[in-house]
Ligand binder design. Structure first.
Ligand code: BGC
Length: 416
């Protein structure tokens, strides 16, 4: 039999152990639309079930530009969050500042090296050490459509080439509806732009022009054709597109006001959160001319160095949870993306996700798998920002000639 004092001591040990294990995780993210909020709520649930306190630090703004600005000021003032949604080359830039925590203990225990495609693992590491945990794989080169609108306009199926696309867009226009739902923000302009470049020039050209920023490719006839096609797409958008959030553009498609949207598969998360059925209410297809290519966008969380041991433990648990099978499935079912963890069952996923999963594997073999520039996966943030601005200027101002647009993009590409 325990004496009361022994029992009290035992209880105290248990309580202390629990307290040492629980911690607060402040998580900076920009998942604020309907589908996104549902997705991140799943991560919060998992962390709370492990006894941790989730401090939500959501900064609205699609594509994450606002979140990046807020993050900088928090880190500069010496008060970083535990984790922040950072991706691509920006992970390397933050790690080089010496502010990111080393996640190797978790990565080793959970065998991340064998569970991740190498292209993804490399982005998560700085000088060989894991500093970020990947969440998903989003495909960016998608085109979404409202099935009822296409039917009403007499469009027989999803257009496969840009010529077919413009013919379909003309029919939608003639039916009195908006052919392309667009949100005029520079990352959305570029999301459309990179799909056009990929469709017009193919993956090798995309890579030369937008990733290697090769001067010859940027001055080529293929680039000229890309800008002409891009400008033509704009003529099918509505006059109120400027500044519109991406999810409001998706809503226009849902509400049968518009036919198509060029957007990554987080748009599917929006359709699903609104109770719409893939293949029935809304359709997905690769953007015209891009069926054999795949622009990838991997969301990830980098962890910042923290002093508190409870917070450190919570960070480790967050990293492990993110790569766990439970989270990878439920999060990606909601988010519209596919699991980044290899060998996961796709049984519960819809046909858009199954296509994405198959194409991710196939294009990795053929060279069609390329990182998305619009979504911060390919080039350093400074050049990316400059090119996005040049592309948006061209999109917004029809007086800028194609030749000048090309020159402006080439100039922006030289930004260090
Ligand atoms: C992110 C997605 C997010 C989208 C809209 C993309 O850059 O990768 O997770 O849903 O922006 O904010």
């Amino acid at each position: 039999m325990f004496k009361v004092s022994q029992l009290a001591a035992a209880v105290a040990i248990v309580v202390t152990a629990a307290a040492a294990q629980a911690g607060e995780v402040e998580v900076l993210h920009y998942w604020t639309s309907g589908g996104e909020a549902k997705s991140v709520a799943e991560l919060k649930k998992i962390m709370q079930a492990k006894g941790h306190v989730w401090k939500d630090f959501a900064v609205a703004g699609g594509g994450g530009d606002n979140a990046a600005t807020v993050l900088k000021s928090r880190v500069v003032s010496g008060n970083p969050p535990a984790a922040a949604q950072i991706k691509g080359p920006a992970i390397q830039e933050w790690a080089a500042e010496g502010v990111l925590a080393n996640l190797d203990a978790t990565a080793k225990a959970e065998k991340w090296d064998s569970l991740l495609p190498k292209v993804v693992a490399d982005v998560m590491k700085y000088k060989g050490n894991y500093v970020a945990a990947p969440v998903n794989v989003h495909r960016v080169n998608w085109m979404w459509a409202n099935a009822a609108v296409l039917k009403k306009a007499g469009v027989a199926g999803m257009p496969k080439t840009w010529d077919e696309f413009f013919a379909a867009a003309d029919k939608v226009k003639a039916a009195g509806l908006i052919p392309v739902a667009h949100g005029g923000q520079n990352w959305q302009d570029f999301t459309t732009f990179e799909s056009v470049v990929l469709g017009v020039g193919g993956a090798k050209f995309y890579s030369d022009a937008l990733i290697k920023l090769d001067a010859k490719a940027l001055a080529s006839d293929t680039m000229k054709k890309s800008l002409e096609t891009f400008r033509k797409v704009k003529s099918y958008t509505d006059a109120a597109a400027a500044g519109r959030d991406w999810n409001l553009a998706t809503a226009m498609v849902m509400q049968e006001k518009a036919a198509f949207q060029f957007m990554g598969d987080w748009a599917k998360g929006e359709f699903l959160a609104a109770g719409k059925a893939p293949g029935k209410d809304f359709l997905c297809a690769a953007a015209p001319g891009t069926a054999n290519a795949y622009t990838f966008n991997v969301d990830s969380f980098a962890m910042f160095k923290l002093k508190d041991s409870g917070a450190q433990k919570a960070q480790g648990d967050l990293a492990a949870s993110i790569m766990g099978t439970e989270f990878q499935e439920v999060f990606n079912l909601n988010k519209g993306s596919i699991p980044v963890r290899l060998n996961m069952s796709m049984a519960k996923f819809d046909d858009c996700a199954k296509t994405s999963s198959k194409d991710f594997v196939d294009t990795a073999k053929t060279g069609g798998l390329v990182p998305s520039v619009a979504h911060g996966m390919a080039i350093k943030p400074a050049a990316e920002g400059a090119i996005k601005d040049a592309v948006s200027q061209f999109w917004n101002d029809d007086k800028i000639s194609v030749a000048d647009g090309m020159k402006n993009i080439a100039k922006a590409a030289a930004t260090k």
